[in-house]
Design a binder for this molecule. Structure first.
Ligand code: AMP
Length: 433
């Protein structure tokens, strides 16, 4: 970076992760991994392939490719490199994936292209519940076709991934029509807001000139009241847009995806077309307000807005993984890799310690993960560790066992012990489960 300035942070500050970021460890590490595994599995079954783009892109990619009113743009982390380039930590995944589609000439492959991706994204937002500066998203994009069935398959795939959380999922849905359609609608909407300008919140009064559509999804209580009576785009749809939306609804009905129409769901820029949607969960009492778990839409004009020489029709979504994990039922997204080993390996004596690597490798080949404390010697110290970690069985490997090629399996609760030949260990352990 151009010049690195020292700040006056105390050692205490430096030894803390930056505000709004957190270490991925313990349960969260495995939940995140489990979510990605499950989401990827669903996506693959629905015909998607994986892609991973760089964490940084040219800042302009996002400035051109996103709505200036969007948090993702307003809160971008950008930096100037030593070479003078402006780069940004990616605030979202759609613009980079579209960039990759264009750069790699994916348009010459059979269309459309189904892609999924996941990882960390960065927004300099005010941290609060469900809002981080390093957030995690899982995204899907179908690029290269304007067909309504693809809007529906995106919504359906995201819905199925979220349903794995064990929670009830709702889909809010709206259409923005096509650009021509929207132009007429925005004119009408402006007329309506002008009549009610005094009743709008301060920020929304300004938006009337810059981005009137976004007033519809304002969180300002004053504006929300005005929005109740605002004209809806759905009642102004032209025949083409109506047909597209009707098809999306039919496909969702056929897939038994529950949805409700919400005319306040919008995206600001012209390149968004037709379908927009958002997922939420039905919360239990006392869980507060539902947070959006993800959302997406069709963005047929994005490629051109980003500087490509032609339109590339596309539709996609992003799921907010941090939030999904916050509402998921316990164990809903368990990863395949077993997190909590059931066995603690204890070695006693020089010979046993010398053979320990061989034993651990034999156990790995038999798919038996363990915890251990190879640096310790005494039985009591090792048993105490196993107890602290709440591991139900210990495998005790001493001098005699090292010679006999056996191991003692001890049930930590009942203290019952069996001596088992290492060869037979896997079968024995299977019976324990
Ligand atoms: P967006 O890319 O803004 O459409 O966001 C897609 C989803 O990502 C949202 O519905 C949220 O679930 C999630 N999300 C957005 N911003 C954050 C954040 N700062 N922290 C955690 N999750 C977020």
């Amino acid at each position: 970076m151009s010049s690195i300035k020292k700040t006056k942070k105390s050692n205490k500050d430096i030894l803390q992760a930056p505000k709004g970021t957190r270490d991925i460890r313990d349960d969260f590490f495995y939940q995140l991994q489990g979510f990605y595994e499950k989401a990827q599995e669903v996506a693959v079954y629905y015909g998607f392939s994986g892609i991973s783009t760089p964490i940084m892109e040219h800042t302009e990619l996002f400035l051109k490719g996103l709505d200036a009113d969007d948090d993702a743009v307003k809160e971008m982390y950008s930096l100037t490199t030593k070479g003078g380039d402006n780069l940004a930590l990616r605030p979202e995944g759609t613009a980079p994936v579209m960039r990759s589609y264009i750069e790699n000439g994916m348009g010459s492959l059979p269309q459309p292209i189904f892609l999924y991706y996941h990882g960390p994204y960065f927004r300099h937002e005010k941290p609060q519940k469900g809002r981080y500066r390093q957030l995690h998203q899982f995204g899907l994009e179908v690029i290269g076709s304007p067909k309504a069935v693809l809007d529906a398959i995106i919504i359906q795939t995201g819905y199925q991934i979220l349903k794995e959380s064990g929670r009830e999922i709702t889909v809010k849905l709206n259409t923005l029509g096509d650009p021509e359609n929207r132009k007429e609608y925005v004119t009408e909407l402006k007329k309506y807001y002008k009549k009610h300008i005094q009743e709008l919140g301060a920020q929304d009064q300004k938006r009337l000139e810059t981005n009137p559509l976004r007033i519809l999804d304002s969180k300002d209580p004053q504006t929300i009241k005005v929005n109740h009576e605002a004209p809806t785009l759905i009642s102004h749809l032209n025949a083409e847009s109506k047909k597209h939306f009707k098809k999306v609804l039919e496909y969702l009905d056929a897939g038994e995806v529950p949805y409700e129409l919400d005319h306040t769901l919008v995206r600001g820029l012209d390149y968004y077309t037709h379908t927009v949607f958002e997922y939420a969960t039905v919360l239990d009492k006392g869980e507060g307000k539902p947070l959006a778990l993800g959302g997406g839409g069709r963005y047929d004009g994005l490629a051109k807005a980003m500087g490509h020489n032609k339109d590339v029709p596309a539709v996609g979504l992003a799921l907010g993984v941090d939030r999904v994990l916050e509402i998921a039922k316990k164990g809903a997204y368990s990863p395949k890799i077993q997190r909590k080993p059931k066995f603690y390996f204890i070695q006693l004596g020089f010979e046993a310690k010398a053979q320990a690597f061989g034993i651990i490798e034999t156990l790995r080949e038999r798919k038996i993960p363990i915890k251990h404390s190879l640096s310790k010697d005494g039985l009591a110290a090792q048993l105490a560790n196993a107890e602290k970690l709440n591991i139900p069985y210990t495998l005790i490997f001493g001098q005699k066992e090292a010679i006999d090629k056996t191991v003692i399996v001890r049930n930590m609760e009942t203290r019952k012990q069996d001596t088992i030949a290492i060869e037979d260990l896997r079968d024995y352990i299977k019976k324990l489960k």
